[in-house]
Write a protein that binds this ligand. Structure first.
Ligand code: ADP
Length: 477
């Protein structure tokens, strides 16, 4: 088995041989698969210095030239798709076919934002006198610091770095300590693409020390974060002191509503694909299902029939559909939520059990019925392969149940009735709504939550705005 020993990528140099190491573990086997340096504040400051030094020349490049670097990077990552996918499966546990899919998804942002770079438009405003002209231009915010999670080790980086680089910003990412290898492999691809030194940096290590450097250095003008709501709130508070721009992609608790006039087979196909992807460790994963009473039993039996054929195991095996959970903490949370639901009266239709061995934590695809709103699973993000199902009678009731949460990331519903669909899509308090579609994420569309699920959007035309400042120029000529 290969042992990946990678270094941090700071200002175009591979550094950190002499630092303490972070061991990277395969969550499917508990085995050590590699190590990276455990950097702290000092190394983060060096990356900020490099990124700041590179900013003027990078931002002065014509947009089309910056785009060319992103297109080149896309090409290289696609050439190395199999290698990147394998490393991702090794450090994250997701099945290899999902990892291959993630490389495609990750590179789609390079293409989309490379194209968007040429469309950073300003505007002119009629002057107030004959010799007055007013114009508005958009300029890059400056150095961007990103903090990313382990569940999408490549896409959560490119979804931030592609718009940042396209806009003319320079970029530093601190990846999750659980999945740093994918980030460093992306850095290798950036180097191969000839992206100038200091423009893209990866600093793996101590979240607090690196976070402190990001927050206290004034040249860092933007913080972009994907992760838990608790850490997001902390970062928002910290970024207030430096009046930094901030984008936050935080937790969700997505409802999945199936109305009595839905195409049930389509709804089942979607829930199986969306719920068990990445073992449910996805912030937009359907977390709670509401099914209208007349189709409640038939939906559940079709869902269970389809889900029972999913194979749980090591993601490197081609026929595995559901990999391990990333770590013990996540496994215990899932176990706890399932026990809590059963204790409070839920019935287990499928699964309901896990398997913990040698530091690897697997949980079976699980379906719970007779679920009620007082159960923890109906209120707290699960991040596991468990689908709790509650019955509802009217659309108003479903809407009320769906909106009764502080979170507002993604919501899904299935109906063939246009008026019901319009009422739900407009009435759901969420940043992303899927109508007969539980996998809506794509580079062309904005992705982002409302309420406690976050601030700002990634992807779409909105995604690049997050990395731009507006400048108004008043000219007396
Ligand atoms: P999860 O529970 O999904 O692991 P976290 O919010 O804990 O989500 O982690 C997401 C990212 O935030 C990771 O890169 C992690 O290292 C980082 N992180 C956690 N705590 C802090 C902190 N205090 N300051 C800066 N980054 C942090």
């Amino acid at each position: 088995m290969t042992n990946y020993s990678l270094l941090n990528y700071i200002n175009g140099e591979w550094t950190g041989e002499d630092l303490k190491k972070i061991e990277v573990v395969n969550p499917a086997t508990g085995e050590k698969i590699g190590s990276v340096p455990s950097a702290g504040k000092e190394e983060a400051l060096a990356a900020i210095k490099g990124a700041n030094a590179a900013f003027r020349s990078w931002s002065a490049l014509p947009a089309i030239k910056r785009a060319d670097y992103l297109f080149k990077l896309q090409e290289i990552m696609l050439d190395r798709q199999e290698e990147l996918a394998k490393i991702m499966t090794l450090e994250n546990g997701k099945p290899l076919k999902e990892a291959r899919g993630e490389v495609l998804y990750a590179t789609s942002f390079l293409q989309w934002f490379g194209e968007e770079a040429r469309r950073i438009y300003g505007r002119t405003i009629p002057g107030k006198t004959e010799n007055h002209r007013m114009s508005v231009i958009k300029q890059p915010v400056g150095v961007v610091a990103a903090i990313t999670p382990w569940n999408f080790p490549a896409a959560m980086i490119t979804r931030k770095m592609a718009p940042a680089l396209a806009a003319g910003c320079t970029f530093i990412v601190k990846p999750s300590e659980l999945t740093p290898l994918s980030a460093l492999k992306i850095a290798e691809c950036c180097e191969e693409a000839g992206i100038p030194k200091g423009v893209f940096n990866v600093v793996c290590g101590d979240p607090k020390g690196i976070g402190e450097a990001f927050m206290t250095e004034d040249v860092v003008r933007k913080i972009t974060f994907t992760g838990s709501t608790a850490v997001g709130k902390l970062l928002l508070r910290q970024s207030a002191d430096g009046v930094k721009k901030a984008s936050m992609e935080l937790g969700g608790h997505a409802p999945f509503i199936v109305c009595d006039d839905a195409d049930v087979d389509l709804a089942v196909e979607n829930i199986v694909a969306a719920k068990f992807r990445n073992s449910g460790q996805v912030c937009v994963s359907p977390n709670r299902l509401y099914v209208q009473s007349s189709i409640y039993e038939s939906f559940i039996s079709k869902f269970a029939e389809k889900a029972k054929s999913l194979k749980v195991g090591n993601g490197l095996e081609e026929d595995v559909n559901v990999g391990p959970l990333i770590e013990k903490k996540g496994y215990e949370k899932v176990e706890h939520q399932v026990h809590d639901a059963i204790e409070k009266g839920a019935t287990c239709v499928l699964g309901g059990k896990g398997r913990a061995e040698n530091g690897a934590y697997f949980y079976q695809p699980t379906i719970l019925k007779d679920v009620t709103s007082d159960m923890e699973i109906m209120n707290i993000e699960t991040f596991g392969p468990v689908a709790p199902i509650q019955k509802f009678e009217t659309i108003d009731e479903a809407l009320e149940l769906a909106n009764d949460t502080p979170f507002g990331l993604a919501a899904y519903f299935f109906t063939t009735n246009v008026s019901t669909g319009t009422k739900l899509s407009e009435g759901l308090d969420y940043g992303i709504v899927g109508w007969n579609d539980a996998l809506p994420s794509t580079a062309e569309a904005p992705f982002g939550g409302i309420k406690h699920s976050g601030l700002g959007s990634e992807g779409g035309t909105e995604g690049i705005e997050e990395y731009l400042e507006t400048k108004y120029i008043s000219m007396k000529i």
